[in-house]
Design a protein around this ligand. Structure first.
Ligand code: HEC
Length: 397
């Protein structure tokens, strides 16, 4: 497909994806907050109606007073708002975006021959299998621990995520692996809504309408999935965003980087979820979880800090601009020229190279993210030439 058109599709899908994801995660955050912040109503009339908790809030100039019923209201209202399109549309736009970027352009973005050399067909099939197999394995754990220890279920799910991260980083380009792990967890969150939470709620309502006793299994299962979804939110966002940062996905041992960033997200979320209830009860907020999460990130920062490298053998102390130009022409201009300017970066003329000197240094020397997947086989000595030239002031002489 025309690259220009592909860029438009990419932009529009990404925009839509971020909008609906905000709506989904936002409503998820809101309901977690609401549930944890409810207090018993003082009004006898409310209690009589079956209200077990209420909240008073002010927002945008209005006063709001939501009520939560202990069971169901005596009479089901005609119009009941359901929350599922936020989730489904996040999945649909996310999957479309993943397809446009990584499946459509598998040879460029999904496959890194230095990680695993294979062709587009099997790589695409394997990426899709990640989404399906992770869901099946996760779902099996949830069914197995339906009535069992939820802590054990959580630990197994965490181990499964860590294993999938390792496998993804062992098979795909780092950037694709990170977004695939995020996508796999996010697809599971949507599948929880689609296969368990919403059908469970529908069955409960049908039982109520038929005047039957409500089976508590539906509520229990929905709760289990919805708790997992709560702790998946921050890790998923971390995985999705960190795929834009080569210092994370391009690091040696990148799967551990991914696991640490996601663990930090889950720990930080833990403190914030607990905070709502703690405030209502006047108790101390357990900030120690978030503290450990931040310490993990700080440790990662130290671990990944660029190390001073000894210059590669054969690199002149003061390379000339002509030497740099020759390297760029051979190793970069293929993907950065007038016809194909990835990320708007052209490197096919001297003034373009000078204008992008810092970005080139960052991408090709510090991060080694360019040439993409080292498609043009740049050597360490050549990176060294760019380094020496840049560090000596990037002069056009
Ligand atoms: C095989 C194709 C290919 C080659 C060769 C290549 N690049 Fe890139 N480059 C890309 C793509 C694709 C992107 C956009 C990546 C993205 O979407 O984040 C990019 C992005 C960039 C960016 C912008 C990064 C950003 O996030 O703003 C810079 C700078 C860059 N390349 C420099 C180089 C340099 C320097 C070389 C040669 C040493 C090089 N590239 C070789 C494909 C290539």
């Amino acid at each position: 497909m025309d690259l220009y058109l592909l860029d438009w599709v990419n932009f529009l899908l990404r925009w839509a994806h971020v909008i609906v994801a905000i709506a989904w995660i936002g409503s998820s955050f809101y309901f977690v907050f609401l549930d944890a912040s409810l207090v018993e109503p003082t009004d006898a009339e409310l209690k009589e109606k079956g209200v077990g908790g209420e909240l008073w809030a002010v927002h945008g100039g209005g006063f709001y007073n939501p009520h939560k019923y202990l069971g169901a209201p005596r009479k089901l209202p005609e119009h009941l708002h359901w929350f599922y399109w936020e989730s489904y549309s996040t999945f649909l736009t996310g999957f479309a975006l993943f397809t446009v970027l990584y499946l459509f352009q598998a040879n460029t973005f999904l496959i890194d021959p230095r990680v695993h050399a294979w062709t587009a067909g099997p790589a695409i099939a394997c990426a899709l299998a990640f989404l399906v197999v992770f869901w099946l394995a996760y779902d099996a754990i949830c069914r197995l621990f339906d009535q069992g220890s939820q802590a054990a279920a959580g630990a197994l799910v965490a181990a499964l995520v860590a294993f999938a991260s390792w496998l993804a980083c062992d098979l795909f380009a780092g950037r694709a692996a990170f977004v695939l792990v995020g996508g796999m967890m996010a697809a599971t969150m949507s599948a929880n809504v689609f296969f368990w939470i919403i059908p469970g709620q529908r069955k409960v309502i049908a039982q109520m309408k038929a005047g039957e006793a409500v089976d508590p299994a539906h509520g229990r299962r929905a709760k289990q999935r919805s708790v997992h979804n709560t702790y998946f939110t921050l890790p998923v966002l971390a995985a999705m965003l960190s795929n834009h940062y080569a210092f994370l996905h391009g690091a040696e041992g990148n799967w551990i980087v991914l696991v640490i960033v996601m663990a930090a997200g889950a720990l930080i979320r833990t403190s914030f979820v607990a905070r709502h209830r703690a405030r209502v009860l006047g108790k101390r907020v357990p900030w120690e979880y978030a503290g450990v999460g931040c310490a993990l990130l700080a440790g990662l920062g130290v671990w990944l800090a660029p190390k001073a490298e000894a210059p590669a053998a054969g690199v002149p102390a003061a390379p000339s601009f002509a030497q740099v130009q020759a390297i760029v022409k051979e190793r970069c201009s293929l993907c950065h020229n007038a016809q194909l300017a990835n990320k708007g970066v052209r490197l096919d003329a001297p003034d373009q190279i000078l204008a992008h000197a810092t970005q080139m240094y960052q991408q090709a020397v510090v991060l080694k993210a360019m040439p993409l997947n080292n498609a043009t086989r740049i050597t360490d000595a050549e990176r060294g030439v760019i380094r020496q030239w840049y560090e000596a002031g990037a002069h056009p002489g």
